[in-house]
Design a protein around this ligand. Structure first.
Ligand SMILES: NC(=O)c1ccc[n+]([C@@H]2O[C@H](COP(=O)([O-])OP(=O)(O)OC[C@H]3O[C@@H](n4cnc5c(N)ncnc54)[C@H](OP(=O)(O)O)[C@@H]3O)[C@@H](O)[C@H]2O)c1
Length: 254
């Protein structure tokens, strides 16, 4: 088996949403590969990788994203890799027209505009690095629950479309941009969403996960971290502009 323990040696990495869940697992995976990693979120959690440098910040505003970018680039003295995993799904147990305007706007801020803002703030550093890579942890097109997550799905769909355009624009500069769409992953955020939905539907976790073709189970954050690490590595040097489904076969492929 190949030894990847030095694959990211010398790489400077920013992971948004890196305090817990998928972002924390991705940060840990790159640290294990020798990268220097800054993680950001509003607050540190128990599972925040100890070897990551933590920056507190809120990506729901342009100023917040720019402050995080500036500090991360200063600490790392540049940037080679951006992994944007920050996001939040607040389940709405109502009809689509009853989802409040504030929920649509908040979802757009954290699930779409946060990605755009942090990207634009770090882009000069990525361009200076040359062979850089971006991965967005998204969703969209894979939301089987409809209305409760309609505002979330719409914002993530916007992120996916933005990422495709960005990939085209940055390709001549050698900067690769990819999206990863997770299935139901066991994380603090994922658990919160699942508990609300199973509670409302009156079903158990086992019934919820039964819809996942691969062994009827939820995914582990590490099972996302590995494909993310692959996509930002030189092993994926000819892959850009795609949405990669890591779902255990779950959901409709649209
Ligand atoms: N788990 C799943 O089943 C699943 C499925 C599909 C897609 N996804 C997507 O995968 C990504 C990671 O999800 P996860 O399950 O790992 O969620 P999680 O456990 O809730 O982690 C989310 C991360 O984002 C950060 N964050 C949230 N709001 C933020 C804000 N305003 N500013 C800065 N950071 C913020 C959180 O830290 P703070 O709250 O401290 O800021 C945390 O570090 C998300 O984009 C999510 O939409 C997850």
């Amino acid at each position: 088996m190949q030894d990847y323990s030095t694959e990211f040696a010398g790489k400077r990495v920013l992971v948004t949403g890196g305090s817990r869940g998928i972002g924390a697992a991705a940060a840990q995976r790159l640290i294990d590969g020798g990268a220097k990693v800054v993680v950001t979120a509003r607050s540190r959690h128990e599972e925040t990788p100890a070897k990551a440098i933590f920056i507190s910040g809120d990506l729901r505003t342009k100023e917040g994203a720019e402050a995080v970018a500036k500090e991360a680039i200063s600490i790392l003295d540049g940037l080679d890799i951006l992994i944007h995993s920050a996001g939040a799904a607040r389940v709405q147990l109502t009809s689509i027209d009853q989802i409040a305007e504030t929920e649509w706007l908040d979802s757009l801020d954290i699930n779409f505009l946060a990605g755009l803002r942090i990207t634009h703030a770090v882009l000069p550093a990525l361009k200076a690095a040359g062979k850089a890579a971006i991965v967005y942890v998204s969703a969209g097109g894979l939301i089987p629950f409809g209305t409760p997550l309609a505002h979330y799905g719409a914002a993530k769909a916007a992120l996916n479309n933005y990422a495709q355009n960005l990939a085209k624009e940055l390709a001549p500069a050698g900067i690769r941009v990819n999206v990863v769409t997770p299935g139901p992953i066991i994380t603090p955020g994922g658990d919160e969403v699942r508990n609300t939905i199973t509670g409302a539907m009156g079903i158990t976790d086992a019934q919820f996960f039964a819809g996942v073709p691969l062994q009827g189970r939820g995914g582990k954050a590490e099972e996302l971290a590995e494909p993310i690490a692959f996509l930002v590595s030189d092993r994926a040097s000819y892959i850009t502009g795609h949405n990669h489904f890591v779902t255990g076969g779950w959901g409709e492929l649209v």
